[in-house]
Design a protein. Structure first.
Length: 210
């Protein structure tokens, strides 16, 4: 029985591409976009390039950039000061318990992809990872050779806030690793994926100054 695509092929292509690219966590390939929007790859590729040119001509504060074999929205460099002001304005805000747990997974498993962080925690961590990126506590560090997924590591700012001279000063975690490995093995294939801007299900009122 064929899957109901609810008229995806009838959608206007450019707005559909914009809608999808607004929620991607990693650069989306032309092949993948063509598949989900049920359009020829060449048509999708042409539309992406046209969108990128339109944003430049219109002087938008963002750009559509082709990186790592895919497409993704990025802040335009000349507006970096505005973004920096927004990000730094929240530096003194407290991290939730979910954010602290996610940060711990990155610290001990780095370099690590978002899907593996979500697998270890057992919940989708997209929103929390974005928060940690904005705070400057983690950063992108290349891609995973097997899957192309973006890898993340902690930053020097993380070490500064933790009062560490290096990652070798992190407390020993060996007693807890077997449990974490078991959780990851069971959940890696079925990690949920949803809006990265949605609050993490474990973001409760339990917050810690960071």
């Amino acid at each position: 029985m064929s899957e109901d695509t609810s008229g995806v092929a009838e959608l206007e292509l450019k707005p559909a591409l914009e809608a999808v690219l607004m929620v991607v966590d990693e650069p989306a390939t032309e092949e993948h976009l063509a598949k989900i929007l049920e359009r020829p790859k060449r048509q999708v590729a042409d539309a992406l390039r046209e969108l990128a040119d339109e944003y430049t001509v219109q002087g938008r504060g963002f750009e559509l950039r082709r990186v790592a074999g895919g497409w993704r929205f990025y802040t335009r460099p000349e507006y970096a000061a505005a973004v920096e002001g927004f990000v730094l304005d929240g530096q003194q805000a407290r991290l939730t318990q979910a954010a602290l747990e996610t940060l711990a997974v990155v610290a001990y498993r780095q370099p690590v992809s978002r899907s593996r962080v979500s697998a270890v925690r057992g919940v989708n961590c997209d929103g929390v990872m974005r928060t940690l990126l904005q705070r400057g506590l983690i950063e992108e560090a290349g891609t995973e050779p097997e899957t192309g997924a973006i890898l993340y590591t902690t930053t020097n700012y993380f070490l500064e806030r933790m009062g560490l001279r290096g990652l070798d000063e992190l407390p020993e975690l060996a007693p807890f690793l077997p449990e974490a490995e078991a959780i990851e093995a069971e959940t890696l294939e079925g990690v949920p994926s949803f809006d990265p801007d949605a609050p993490d299900s474990e973001d409760a009122d339990d917050k810690t100054e960071f």
